[in-house]
Design a protein around this ligand. Structure first.
Ligand SMILES: *Cc1c(COP(=O)(O)O)cnc(C)c1O
Length: 373
């Protein structure tokens, strides 16, 4: 059996010729336009049409996309934003970067995403926004978050960076909040060979503001007139052209991921009493950018997989409020028991679309062998 990496080195193999063709076309094109040109505009329009979004704005990363959404919603000094305690750094860093304070809420112990009841307990008179995230391929309970935001008069931002393609109750991930984001960094489901992402929104006004913010607060009509202090978060034409080439194949790749995940869950469900807990089955509100189990003996499972040539990955070994960077924003006495448990147990295994059926069966066999040994 050959080695099965966690991040496949041949992700863009099938598109290499097109990537090189586009590099030449854009690199030698008469307009010499490398950022925010026609290709970027077309990608934005195609995504907006596909989603039924009011606007899609391409940005230089998912992180800046998220930060600019907060800025567009006027989140700033004196405000609090409730975020999940378990997740990636941009969730809390973006809040700090607009001058507000992240408040960390505990998660659902099984799905590992933001728990509406836990978030509600963290709402104070200073709370400006709620920012649940879809993680570990499960969408957060957005109808509950929408109701919660309405009840308390709060803004709702959706960190849908890894949920592109997920649909909950007929509505795509990213369009439940006032605005959401997708990340296009290599490891995400619509990853590309470089940095990038988009803001997706059902609010045209937010779209307009983010368009300004991504290019130093200029409105796109008059150059060197700055309406707001913005960012440099512009998008590459080459990447836009490549993403447009890859977009039609995305549904099939997502479908393949979902089928692999469904197979894993079927195989692993009997292991739940043996220290390996798969995610809840189903396709509603799912988008399998990773496949993550909760393992009582995570280190031993990772070692067992490694011994059988299978790479795995622990996202995220330390929860956000226990990171040195975010310690100043934590209130004494706060605790996040479900997040801590998840950080000790979550282990992700390969789920990318070009795994062969044989590889998928082999990975499942190796996990099952571990649980019964
Ligand atoms: C990847 C990711 C981001 C940030 O996206 P980048 O493009 O890497 O900046 C934000 N939130 C979540 C949940 C992510 O997984």
């Amino acid at each position: 059996m050959t080695e099965i990496p966690f991040f496949p080195p041949d992700l863009f193999e099938g598109d290499r010729a097109e990537l090189l063709r586009l590099l030449r076309q854009i690199g030698t094109g008469p307009s010499q336009r490398f950022i925010l040109g026609e290709q970027t505009a077309l990608l934005e329009r195609e995504l907006a049409e596909q989603l039924g979004a009011a606007d899609v704005v391409a940005c230089s990363s998912g992180t800046t996309a998220l930060t600019m959404v907060l800025a567009a919603l006027e989140v700033g000094p004196g405000d609090e934003v409730v975020v999940p305690a378990f997740g990636c750094a941009p969730l809390a860093a973006g809040v700090v970067q607009v001058g507000a304070r992240p408040v960390f809420a505990d998660i659902d112990p099984w799905t590992m995403v933001a728990d509406p009841a836990a978030m509600e307990r963290r709402i104070t008179g200073r709370t400006k926004a709620l920012m649940p995230a879809h993680l570990f391929s499960v969408m957060a309970d957005m109808p509950a978050f929408q109701a919660l935001a309405e009840r308390h008069g709060l803004r709702l931002v959706e960190d849908s960076a890894v949920a592109q393609g997920g649909v909950l109750a007929g509505r795509p991930a990213g369009l439940w909040g006032e605005a959401g984001v997708y990340s296009f960094v290599q490891v995400k489901t619509f990853g590309m060979p470089g940095e990038g992402g988009v803001v997706v929104t059902r609010d045209a006004e937010i779209g307009r503001t983010v368009r300004m913010l991504r290019n130093h607060g200029q409105d796109g009509r008059v150059r060197f007139r700055h309406h707001r202090i913005g960012w440099n978060s512009r998008f590459d034409e080459l990447q836009a052209a490549f993403q447009r080439h890859r977009l039609p194949g995305l549904p099939a790749r997502l479908e393949r991921r979902a089928r692999i995940a469904a197979y894993y869950t079927e195989r692993f469900t009997p292991l739940a009493g043996r220290g390996v807990q798969p995610p809840p089955p189903g396709t509603e509100g799912r988008c399998y950018y990773v496949y993550t189990v909760l393992a009582e003996r995570r280190g031993a499972l990772a070692a067992h997989l490694r011994a059988h040539g299978i790479a795995s990955h622990a996202y995220y070994p330390q929860i956000l409020p226990r990171q040195e960077a975010f310690a100043p924003y934590v209130q004494a006495g706060d605790s996040w028991p479900a997040a801590d448990r998840a950080a000790e147990r979550a282990l992700s295994i390969p789920v990318y679309p070009h795994l062969t059926d044989r590889q998928v069966e082999y990975i499942a066999d190796v996990v099952c062998d571990f649980a019964v040994s």
